[in-house]
Design a protein around this ligand. Sequence first.
Ligand code: HEM
Length: 487
Amino acid sequence: MVRRFAANTAFTGYWGAPALPLGHRQALRQHRREHGAPACQNGNMKTHHAPASIPETITPSVSPERAHAIAASFDLRALPADFLANPYPAYAALRETEPVRRMPDGSYFLTRYADLVAVYRDAQTFSSDKHVEFAPKYNVAPFGSDTAPSPLFEHHTTSLVFNDPPLHTRVRRLIMGALTRRAIADMEPGLIQLVDSLLDDLAARGGGDLIEDFASAIPVEIIGNLLDVPHADRDPLRAWSLAILGALEPVVTPEQHALGNQSVTEMLDYLRTLVARRRQSPGDPERDVLTRLIQGEASGEQLSEVELLQNCIFLLNAGHETTTNLIGNGLILLQEFPAARERLLGELRTAADAAAQEPILTLAVDEFLRFESSNQLGNRRALVATTVGGVDLPAGALVTLCIGAANRDPAQFPDPETLDLGRTPNKHLAFGFGIHQCAGLSLARLEGRVAIGRFLQRFPDYRLSEAPVRGGRARFRGFLAAPFSVR
Ligand code: HEM
């Protein structure tokens, strides 16, 4: 069943839930104080037209001198204010001058495509286990200690993405068993219904906010369906997810720590009840990931209660912000690059039917993912001394994989700074690579294709009515708000 938004819910979540945790809401409020309120917040957008300058303000240009200055003193823990609006010139300067950069804290920042692939491929040397790295980050007073780990520490160090085999292999096998090609194809009709209902609402209002009213409303439902979370329980999911993943940023404030820990605790409390209910009345393990995780494998291998709960949290979180950002970034990129938008619209118009449109949209979605990767950074730890890109790394070296930089590496992608919506081949790393490659990539691609495709079909003349507000995060790249009118 699909429910609708109330008309004036520009910055509250789906079904009226507070959609943004404190940090995001504060960021948005501060932005409004400095730049004025987005024009859509009081409803009808029909009379509001975008000033011609908006596309230029989306990604401000950076001079080569400035890019080289940022690269020369590059430190992920002390990023200059102008970096996040457009990190790509600094990434390019790093790739050219110091592709394996040793940062002040002794960790390494990698920007070349070939180096990222080499690290992703070698999971024996490069561990995903985060116990060592996260202990000083999360087990700090007053949230946790060596003897009493914080909720954030327990969560992140138990989820499959931050573990090595064998835990990783066990959990992944169970999840993949419920994400078969057929199971994902079966989700399409419900997804189309959800998207169309959101579009009806936006059409009635003449516009709205691309992020709050559209992009973020889709993944929360799809992931909720995946674990069969009752609709009435879904309100807090997005805020929990943003707070828990927000605590992965390179620098975390005490407020973000507190919110992240509180969110893990609340989510665990909720999931304990959900799991108990599902144990009593199991769903279809071919469709329902939660039932599958509870029942374990036919071989008898099962997850412990802690592993089960923490990996449910991870699953519920993994597909939220990333997919919101894919849809939001894609629709905003089409505003920033009108020629690419016109070409795409032309191709979609001349395609005979929905089946002919599908491959066009599939290529476009992958190019959005390459050009503005929702997840910009990955992390690994070298278990033994090794060499990457000609640089010797000591045993224990922490490595940050810059997906955003690798996806614009000219050694891999011809003309990488051009948004080429028909690009093929396009072996981008937005979903990572190797044993931890995103388990939800087919679902994310489906969501991107249906959401962006149906939006364009319905509102080919949509226009941003304000410069969109960026999320201001290094790891997850996307927007907080993007008011638009349908014209
Ligand atoms: C555009 C949307 C998405 C992007 C860009 C994305 C990106 C990623 C990346 C980069 C990784 C690898 C992390 C690493 O190697 O350290 C990953 C892992 C993962 N993602 Fe996604 N993701 C997206 C959507 C989803 C969705 C919808 C789901 C839910 C079904 C999901 C579930 C997972 C899981 C379970 C893992 C862990 C896989 C493992 O460790 O084996 N993701 N994702």
